[in-house]
Design a protein around this ligand. Sequence first.
Ligand code: F0G
Length: 458
Amino acid sequence: MERWRTIIEPFRIHSVEPIRITTREERVRALEAAGWNLFGIHADDVLIDLLTDSGTGAMSRDQWAAIQHGDESYAGSPSWYRFLDAVQELFPFHHVIPTHQGRAAERILFSVIGGTGKVIPNNTHFDTTRANVEFSGAEALDLVIAEGHEPATVHPFKGNMDVDALEHLLAERADDVPVVFVTVTNNSGGGQPVSLRNLKAVRAVCDRFGKPLFLDACRFAENAWFIKTREEGQADRPIPDIVREMASLADGMTMSAKKDGLANIGGWLAMNDDALAERCRTLEILTEGFPTYGGLAGRDLEAIAQGLREVVDEDYLHYRIVSTAYLGSALDAAGVPVVKPFGGHAVYLDARALLPHIPPLDYPGQALAIALYVEGGIRGCEIGTVMFGRHPDGSESPAAMDLVRLAIPRRTYTQSHVDYVIEVVAAVAEQAADLRGFRIVAEPSQLRHFTARFEPLT
Ligand code: F0G
């Protein structure tokens, strides 16, 4: 196989979904009605939907078949046991608490261990993680290495935690830190991986201060692939072994099965600590359901169990990572500023670099995301000052970066779809000087990017 340069999709298409081509005028009308917020658009009006890789992937024949085995018993369903086995095969934590998606796991955990006066470090908190930490009254602190903030700097493990900064935090405020988090891959920082070596160093610091380490493991398989291909001495290891080693360095995890579970819904919280698990299960019953289904149907548990077996397949991961890099390299070659090296699940456009005439508080990421939709019907996601600029005290300041994420749903689009995306992004980049910023005319107090309404600046 290695003789050939073209990396093909390692699957045939079994069932197709039509996508609808719209006119530019229709798209502008849709945007006006949605307050220029891409989350408010009817998905039928999107041609290529790169808003998120979460829950948007195509399931396999074997996952659809597994769904037929879904057993909907309230307690002790066989589907639960199949799910539990599949999870513990990769993440052998003593307690696995299923949830309807990742943020439910976060909400339960931070309700138990967060609270006013606490601080929770992470390489970079994703938006829901940060929001759940802050909702509990605690402070969410990002401690990614300096390279993680520099879009153009190449580093093989740009998601790594700044171990010195973590040590410093613990030396000053150990009593206030209930848990240390590491997100694999680091989504908000560009889908960048964390090395085993960094995880071991974080573990050592946690041990020194007696603190538990949790993984936000949404994209664990992509992270393991980067470890296999980039970290010294890892090339010959099977992916499941690498995943188990990542798990062995942690005391627990939160997970969204909508990413590397290859499922459309689901998640879990897992841990070794018995007392903590008991407190979490009590909360789970209040909002998610009985601990053997946790807000999921038996059929969802089956789809996840099968997805976890497929996601660690090397042909799949090779195709996944190479096809993401295919998009990134083509945009780079076309002179579009992109975060490098390319992450696992997405390519991030550096809107601040492309649109230097739009100040961060006029939301260059929003301007670029809107232009991609207007010109080509492509929906990406602003990850910048709209998403992160508003603080709990009501103040606003520029986010560390203004990016537009083109997230790639798993096993969903083909190379010709991606070629179209490349053409549209390159054309928009050529007219960059003509783009204008936005102002926000209405916003909620938290997670404003989902529902804020905008107006274009003239
Ligand atoms: N942690 C990370 C790193 C994530 O990327 C997400 C979701 C979550 C937690 C929450 O999981 O959606 O199942 O509740 N990220 C999606 C995204 C929404 O578009 O990146 P969830």
